[in-house]
Ligand binder design. Structure first.
Ligand SMILES: [Zn+2]
Length: 337
C-alpha cells in the first residue's frame, strides 16, 4: 500500500538548513524575548506553535502551503497538518489552585512549591459532518502531526525542548485504526451529543500524543529536533530528518511503551502462539517470565517494563483498539484475523 509523497509537489529544498533557521527566527528567539518579558508582566510567554507548525510542516515535507488555509488542504499535496505544543503551558498550585507560570519555581499566591506542571496539550480534530469524516479519513492522503514538548518533563527539565513530526497515511492499511478512531468519535460521540443537545457543539476529538490509540495508528516519525538551553541560548540539533521523497511505507512505525497496556492486552501478547513475535523484543528475562505477570490480579508494571519495555508494529497488530475507541460496525469491517 502506498505512502509515497507525490514528487510533483516537492518544491522546497535545503530543508534541514531552513528548518534550523525557521526554528531560531520564528520560535526560539522570540520565545527567549517573551520569557524575559514574562518576568516583568507575569504573562505566559505562550509560544504559539500552531502557526509555525504549518511552516515547519512545509519545510519538513518539502511541500508548499495550499495558500487557501481551507480545511483538509493545509499543504499543496492535500495533506492535513495538526500541531500541538506542550511548551509553556499554564501551570497551577496544588495547595491554593491558583495559576502559576512555568518560569515560577514557587506559587506567587501562597509560596507553595507543590505545583502541578501541565503537559496535556493534544491534537484536536473537528469532524462535524459525514463529508468531513470522509475527507479526513479517505480523501486526505497524509495527516501530518507536529508536537513541541519537553522530553525530560518528569525530571522538571524545562530547558530542553523537542520538536517532532509524525505521519499517518490513509492510503496505507497499517494506519487503518485512525479511520476507526475518527469514525467512532463522529458516530458514537459527536452525533450522540447532537441528538441529546442539538444547540450545543460537541468538543472536538482529542487525539492524545503517546497514547495507546496513538501508537495503534502506527505513526511514522519523520522529524525530530532537540533544543538545549532553550530558555537562555537555544541550540538546536536535528536528530532525525526523513527525506521528503522517501516512501513512508519503508519506514518503521514508532515503538509503543508497554507501560500503556492493560492486563487483557498483556494476556494476548503472552499467548503461546505469539511467542515468535514477542520473544525477539524481550529486553531481559524470558517469554515465560512475561506470562507469569498475567497470573497476578494486576500487572507488575515495573517488572513488565524491565522484561519488555516496548513493542513494535508486529506485536501491536496482535492487539485491538479498546472498546471506547471503536464502533460496532468498524469492529467487523477492520477485523485483522
Ligand atoms: Zn498556591
Amino acid at each position: 500500500m502506498p505512502a509515497l509523497p507525490n514528487p510533483e509537489y516537492l518544491k522546497i529544498e535545503d530543508n534541514e538548513k531552513q528548518i534550523l533557521k525557521l526554528l531560531d527566527q520564528l520560535v526560539l528567539a522570540p520565545r527567549v524575548k517573551a520569557l524575559e518579558w514574562s518576568h516583568v508582566t507575569k504573562q505566559t510567554p505562550n509560544m504559539k506553535i500552531g502557526y509555525p507548525g504549518q511552516h515547519l510542516a512545509s519545510l519538513i515535507t518539502g511541500v508548499h502551503g495550499s495558500r487557501t488555509g481551507a480545511r483538509g488542504d493545509d499543504l499543496e499535496d492535500g495533506s492535513e497538518v495538526k500541531s500541538c505544543s506542550r511548551v509553556d503551558q499554564l501551570d497551577s498550585c496544588k495547595d491554593c489552585s491558583n495559576k502559576v507560570l512555568r518560569i515560577e519555581a514557587v506559587c506567587p499566591h501562597c509560596g507553595s512549591e507543590n505545583l502541578k506542571r501541565m503537559d496535556d496539550s493534544k491534537w484536536l480534530f473537528t469532524v462535524k459532518t459525514e463529508d468531513e469524516l470522509k475527507l479526513l479519513t479517505e480523501d486526505i492522503e497524509r495527516v501530518f502531526l507536529t508536537i513541541a514538548d519537553y522530553p525530560n518533563f518528569s525530571a522538571n527539565d524545562f530547558e530542553t525542548i523537542r520538536f517532532q513530526a509524525f505521519e499517518i497515511w490513509n492510503t496505507d492499511v497499517r494506519h487503518e485504526h485512525f479511520k476507526t478512531i475518527m469514525s467512532n468519535y463522529y458516530y458514537k460521540i459527536f452525533l450522540e451529543h447532537i441528538k441529546k443537545n442539538p444547540n450545543k457543539t460537541p468538543a472536538p476529538k482529542n487525539f492524545w500524543p503517546y497514547s495507546y490509540q496513538f501508537y495503534l495508528c502506527n505513526p511514522i516519525k519523520v522529524f525530530q529536533a532537540t533544543v538545549s538551553d532553550a530558555n537562555t541560548e537555544p541550540k538546536v540539533e536535528i536528530d532525525l530528518f526523513v527525506d521528503p521523497s522517501k516512501d513512508r511505507s519503508e519506514l518503521t512505525a514508532e515503538s509503543m511503551p508497554t507501560s500503556l497496556i492493560n492486563m487483557d492486552e498483556l494476556k494476548i501478547l503472552s499467548m503461546e502462539e505469539n511467542r515468535n513475535i514477542i520473544e525477539p523484543q524481550l529486553n531481559s528475562g524470558t517469554f515465560d517470565d512475561l506470562r507469569d505477570l498475567t497470573e497476578k490480579k494486576t500487572i507488575n508494571k515495573k517488572k513488565l517494563v524491565q522484561l519488555l519495555p516496548f513493542i513494535n508494529q508486529d506485536a501491536r497488530a496482535l492487539l485491538d483498539l479498546r472498546d471506547t475507541d471503536k464502533i460496532a460496525i468498524a469492529k467487523t469491517a477492520y477485523k485483522r484475523r
